[in-house]
Design a protein around this ligand. Sequence first.
Ligand SMILES: *[C@@H]1O[C@H](CO)[C@@H](O)[C@H](O)[C@H]1NC(C)=O
Length: 289
Amino acid sequence: MAYANISLFSTFVTILLVAISIDSASSAGNFYQNVDVTWGDGRGKIVNNGQLLTLSLDKTSGSGFQSKREYLFGKIDMQLKLVPGNSAGTVTTYYLSSPKVATHDEIDLEFLGNVTGQPYTLHTNIFTQGKGEREQQFRLWFDPTADFHTYSILWNPRSIIISVDGTPIRVFKNMKGVPYPNNQPMRVYGSLWDAQDWATQGGRVKTDWSNAPFIATFKNFNADACVWAKGRSSCRGSTRTAPWMNQQLDATSQRRLRWVQKNYMIYNYCTDYQRFPQGLPKECTVSKF
Ligand SMILES: *[C@@H]1O[C@H](CO)[C@@H](O)[C@H](O)[C@H]1NC(C)=O
């Protein structure tokens, strides 16, 4: 009996998974299918049959790519291995952004390099309707240059959850009176560029070009997402019921988020009273995270 139930159940799960992946255009892995290298004059390269994407930076230029598709809600994962050694002055980015400049939405992860042996900073920001100023910065609990790690952006109508290897580091909730990105599609972008004027130790440490070219590597791009086409989001059928669509932080995730925020957060706009003498932004006063 138990066997029959298990196999019935797994058949059901299989059907469900197939249905979800068809409907939500889950597009695993292949960079040739999913992105275009858009700048850098050959410095951005898709290699290994589309399994890896490398970006390089030298004194003349950095490089970057963008997704072929636009999305409106989704769970977007990318694995990154950052510039090793002396990466001071370099910035590796991975972000979502909508096209309209003045009123754009954006969810940013920027990895600020450092001199050998000193930690990277993961700088995050969220723009809604053209307004950002929502920086939070983190240290990582591992060396992000030694291996690939997964950086995820879950974006549904209720929340944006940024995670590192499955551990949430930042949440932005859809709340009354605070603009939320829910009506413009966004594209996925990645880039590697020089920001020696401000990136490392406030701009005091410059890029050492004798280490160039600097190289960051991306793999396993996965967008389990509603695809925007012809002015509409095609987010039909089972995509609407896909687990990420309604996902919120459960008790375990909230504990892990608190752990990260307590031990690894090095800047939080929500506690920067000097910066906001007229009062903190509304989302800071409603939700602790
Ligand atoms: C680089 O290392 C210094 C010294 O540990 C640290 O203060 C700084 O936050 C690190 N990161 C960046 C991006 O400067």
